[in-house]
Design a protein. Sequence first.
Length: 259
Amino acid sequence: MSGQRLWDAPEFPWPLAPRLQLDDGMTTIEIDTPAGRIDALLGVPAGEGPWPGVVVIHDAFGYPPDKKAISERIARAGYLALTPNMFARGGRGRCVARVMRELLTKRGRALDDILAARDHLQSMPECTGRVGIAGFCMGGGFSLIMSPKGFGASAPFYGTPLPRKLSETLDGACPIVASFGARDPLGIGAAKQLRKTTTAKNIPADIKVYPGAGHGFANELPGQPLLRVTGFGYNRAATDDAWSRVFAFFGEHLGTASG
């Protein structure tokens, strides 16, 4: 176990501690799900709560340090941030295949894990009871398909390709603040389609496309020069603007600390 971070481990042959404080103030906890306990990354704002919560769904890369940075950003804005490890069960390859399949079919343990994360936040005395969801790439897709499932607001970042049968998927959806990159090869026409659907269904929405930004523009992943060539890659200006919109939208629909 020496030198191995929990979010890199493909399997968990030992019992996890209920809470493991990390060096940067983030906390790894266990949450109960219908299929057993999984680990999750928890970020708590400084100061006095209670605060609204945000379930954060990671991308297909899993739990790199980038997810801690995202959790810290959300916590600094005044929200509890809980990132469940969607690949906690079994080897990484099997987990990725299963979770992606469940994203496409819109049923399975992955959806149960997300709802369990929501329930965990709502059960915390530090939480106001209002919980939103945010996700990236794969997680953005989950943010969309889970938007009718008891969340107060949804923030998909480049959740492309969009879910199948989008109008049906968004029946009863919460308000949506979505961010796309104009150079995203997976997202051609996605913003237009989502805007058309939310308008037709009277879903409050803030949908924006960032010129010059590609898929993954809000994730600081390794190999940035190659990623940019392929239409992916980090874009700080787009990231900062997108988060500014997200937090304004969350403030409107989730409230603020004790509010």
